[in-house]
Write a protein that binds this ligand. Sequence first.
Ligand code: SF4
Length: 741
Amino acid sequence: SSSTPPAVTSTTCPYCGVGCGVQASVASDGKVTVAGDPAHPSNFGRLCVKGSALGETVGLEGRLLHPLQRTEDGLQRVSWDTALDTAASGLRRIIDTHGPDAVALYVSGQLLTEDYYVANKLMKGYVGSANIDTNSRLCMSSAVAGHKRAFGEDLVPVSYADLERADLIVLVGSNTAWCHPILFQRIARMREARPSARLVVIDPRRTATCELADLHLPIKAGTDVWLFNGLLSYLTRSDAVDAAFVGAHTSGWDATVAAADVDCADPAEVARVCEIDLDVLLQFYRMFADTDRTITAFSQGVNQSSAGTDKVNAIINCHLATGRIGRPGAGPFSITGQPNAMGGREVGGLANMLAAHLDLDKADHRDLVQTFWSSPAIASRPGLKAVDLFHAIEAGTVKAVWIIATNPVVSLPDADQVKRALAACELVIVSDIMAQTDTSAFADVLLPALGWGEKDGTVTSSERRISRQRAFLPAPGEARADWQVLCDVATRMGYDGFDFAGPHAIFDEHVRLTGYRNEGDDPQRVRRVLDVSGLRGMDAAQFDGLAPVQWPVTAAWVAASSRKPEGVSDAVSGAVLDAAVAAASADAPRILADHVFSFPDGRARFVPTPPRAPRHAVDDDFPLSLNTGRVRDQWHTMTRTGKSATLASHIAEAFIDIHPQDALRYGVREGGLARIESRWGAMVARVQHGGGMTRGSVFVPIHWNDQFASDARVGAVVNPVVDPVSGEPEFKHTPVRIEDF
Ligand code: SF4
């Protein structure tokens, strides 16, 4: 009855990598309301504007409710059986004719860990190809590569609580106030409580994040390596190096310092290259040298670069030099963009990784995974990374692609190339919640997926906290969970190993794999920090009750009775574990406290990072540098946030932000339409001045697309340049010109 209070479901926000806990309720009229979950350790009850408006985005307008298949008359409704048969037989035929590398999956940081796990298992263990990549490639693959080069493993050595313990927070290439608002609120509250703590923002734009900063370094796009190499040089000259730490726990010091000194020993030269005032630069260097509890948090301004991996390592080098890692309130911290970028990494969602953070290029790792799966195959070399994948599709070497929960026609660089690739592709399968996207227009088979509030599983946040996304709405139409559809197609392709009773069974297989051959004192064992095998053995009800828990959670740790609270079985809830962790180690970091890194010698690596400029320089024809990014109240390609009137009231349409003097110089007017053009493509949007731009650059948000207006995709303009190590595209710098439209 209408007097019955709606049941409340605890779940996790599906937007950014902060991973806030949400309490959702459905009223008797179907209206969904949300509130922050006070018990969730990411947000303690707070939500940002996007999270607060989740209830406005779950309506069924525009949803894809039935499978569709392309016929001579366009896309027609078909049964699930027909759609699954078409997908499975198409993939099977192409594999049999052209080999396993002729098919590919392109998936998403929007997927739940269980969806991701099954997709990765299907491709790498059964099809036998590593041609599965994800839009996380566009987001934090440079951080992954940097972590692996420095630590031997893709791990994040900082927790959110460390931000509250730090005396200096350096935010690099991160508009945290808009892109990770709840993390920013935690920083703001910390500074209210401890006004002596300081905040430095390194960003070409004077963003909303700068409003709280003690120091803003308006760095020239692409010069971060100069800045941090210069910092390393400065540290060596100002007695700030922790020689004992460097001697005991690292290798590669001499070569790295020598490389940094070549171009970056003179702060005046660094200031000139980075276009930062020398006094401001030296203030930052002094602050960093003098502050033991320092966190350097970085995001897409670092990662989305042709030197992204080097930028990450240049930052990590400074933390290793000062021993500021694995200690409370100190460390380099990659803030991930998407809700489950980290979960995808755990289960091997990237083309160059195996599951459980194991390596494709190591024979013992491949053997471990294949033995665990009892699978007929195991991919033996890295697959194609996102940008290369779509080039291979256009070239015809990849003949079938299954795109799940992402919109590459909008989001990839040189996005018109993606259109050409999909138009030329023999078989395009698209799984999505929406019927009409720029990408679904190219589908041969279109499969309806469950959205947030309907699907059920886990996600992992930037601080490696595993949280449940729970269903509280019925599946609309005939929509199905992505893991279910992947399993159904795998089975129809003739593979066993995909008979899961539900998400809990997939999660259980995943946690068992993380602990497989990872225990005991055997020196041959594969050391992996990602080990959550202490969570194994949960049935559906226990999985449903899983409270947010941060990895690692090893079986050995759970079995250590001195730390296990009374009455806790091996299948424990995360809440219990977290309470035990808090009691056992009130102020200690969760990982790397022993300073044993995941290389055979246990030492972290300094990585020399000779600086290099972005691949394409501005010139007389294309004199401005295009930077792209998010706005506060929209998400990705707006398939969900675009439904909310509240969110549209912040910024209603795409824009081109430009310095007023540049606007004058190039003859464009604030409020008028302008066209920006690169060597790859063009787009049109309204000109504005409000974004704190430096001269010589323009900024365009990534969200708007051709569903809203024609020529609205900034992806069409972005150069298809990638980092040579990570494959992450250079979204933060493309030479463009601008003209009145
Ligand atoms: Fe969601 Fe991120 Fe906002 Fe938290 S900060 S409510 S996870 S969008």
